[in-house]
Design a protein around this ligand. Structure first.
Ligand SMILES: [Zn+2]
Length: 294
């Protein structure tokens, strides 16, 4: 059931996905059903670390969603429905990404058709997390600028829709377009970063710049670190022991840093909601265009 890459190459009938620099732990079976694949959740193979590194964070955000819905923990302090809806949508978009990724890594060896479908779901999940969190961030951070907020949200929602339609095309998951896809995601993230800079220099108040902008930068740092592991196939490219390939492959680190990115953005969003609420309750914040004080 678990093969090395050489053994799999000999058994050509079986469907498998060779990974760059990983020679151990391939799952293969002539009749790989949904149940058989599910059982591999508790086995050691070259997807174990990738599966659990997104399954556990998925459950974590599930718990946050329940706490938010039942107004417990930090969510008890929220007085506006917008904050709760924002938190719920934030945890839902990260959860979708985490569980879509888990399904892809768990069920990918079923057949080439299933691999293709689940890869599409995995990529849609990444899109939902990026655009979901960006739209919530725009809604919150442009709170003093309703007109600009409306235009920016419409623009990003349009781009999100266009990206979704693109993801539905059959060639989107074609390995020939792997590099094009990476360029597309980098372009979208660069646009999001441009929006963050626009917020930093033209929209944000002094308190927001000092308290929240560094956290936003930290979330981009996590993503950049993850991308470095993803792009360089470190450590399995340089260290070939079996345990390195199975326990801490580059894709595992990519998953860990994507979670760190989502975690940082989620909690920055929660703190920002509470900050914004303070001024919804007390009036406009010093430095905002609506400020009526001295
Ligand atoms: Zn993955």
């Amino acid at each position: 059931m678990i093969f090395t890459l050489d053994e799999l190459t000999a058994a050509k009938k079986l469907f498998f996905i060779p990974k760059l620099f990983i020679t151990e732990g391939y799952r293969a079976n002539e009749n790989f059903t949904f149940c058989k694949c599910s059982k591999t959740l508790f086995m050691v193979h070259n997807e174990t670390a990738n599966i659990w590194s997104h399954l556990l964070p998925g459950f974590y955000f599930c718990v946050e969603l329940i706490l938010c819905a039942t107004k417990q923990s930090v969510y008890r302090e929220m007085q506006h429905w917008e904050s709760r809806v924002g938190s719920a949508l934030g945890s839902l978009s990260i959860m979708f990404c985490m569980f879509a990724s888990t399904s892809y890594h768990l069920y990918m060896p079923m057949s080439s058709d299933w691999n293709n479908r689940l890869l599409k779901l995995d990529l849609i999940g990444i899109g939902i997390m990026i655009f979901g969190l960006t739209l919530i961030a725009i809604y919150l951070s442009f709170h003093n600028w309703p007109q600009e907020r409306l235009y920016t949200i419409c623009g990003m929602a349009g781009l999100c829709l266009f990206h979704f339609v693109l993801q539905m095309t059959p060639c989107y998951t074609n390995p020939f377009y792997d590099k094009h896809r990476v360029v597309l995601y980098c372009g979208i993230l660069a646009l999001c970063f441009g929006l963050a800079l626009y917020g930093r220099f033209y929209i944000a108040t002094e308190i927001e710049i000092s308290d929240f902008f560094p956290k936003l930068l930290l979330s981009y740092l996590w993503l950049t670190l993850g991308f470095i592991f993803y792009a360089t196939s470190f450590p399995e490219r340089f260290y070939r022991p079996k345990w390195v390939q199975l326990a801490i492959p580059s894709h595992f680190w990519w998953h860990v840093f994507v979670f760190m990115n989502g975690y940082t953005l989620y909690w920055t969003g929660i703190e920002f909601s509470l900050h914004v609420e303070e001024f919804w309750v007390q009036g406009s914040e010093p430095g905002s265009p609506n400020y009526k004080g001295n």
